[in-house]
Design a protein around this ligand. Sequence first.
Ligand code: C5P
Length: 235
Amino acid sequence: MKNPIYLALDFPDGQQVEQFLIRNELSGIPVKVGMELFYREGHQIIEKLKKNNHPIFLDLKLHDIPTTVERAMENLASLGVDIVNVHALGGSEMIKRAKEGLLRGGASNTKLIAVTILTSMNEISMNDELHIQGKLNEQVTHLAAMSKNSGADGVVCSVHEAGQIKQVCGKEFLTVTPGIRLKDSSADDQQRIATPEFAKEAGADRLVIGRSITRAKKPKKAYKTALRGMLENGY
Ligand code: C5P
């Protein structure tokens, strides 16, 4: 099985990323580049990480009118990353056009996934702040099915929704799950959290882990512990 754990590189700049990866001997592991790092370093951080053989999930969560998202995706296509994403709440037409932009840009191997409801939200904030009524897991499953029908290859969701999404969207539909915490880590701002072991049981395909590893006393050990939780034979 392909290494399924993407380390969230939530660092302020590329120098700190490089130091962290070298110091902790984490060369070549899958990584997630988010807004914080990308807005600082731009395309060059992706090129550097690719040169060092890191599979990349570029987590920019696009959410705009369909034409803008399509053109943005066409530009991102040239980076040749493994995964890019949009917010499912941008709607069906936006997701379709995101895929078209990627394909027109030549990124036929880049997976497009849609963020359902952020794992930092819970049902109360979804109901009261966003005025989206009903059960959170039903909303997430609905957004996943809509994303699939619009051409997405998978979704970002919490571990707690992964099983139901697989039932509705099929086993090939990717579930990428943040909100992962090792047993002794704090929840921070995440609401719907779970351990890697639970994630595996629940049917998550890929995990995104940040602070449980980057803030651990021994990051490499924490990364290996998480991998052991996901893979039968360890790493
Ligand atoms: O530190 P932690 O493990 O909570 O980091 C989770 C990472 O996953 C962050 O980079 C965050 O932006 C990202 N993410 C998330 N929830 C989503 C999508 C992405 O937490 N729905």
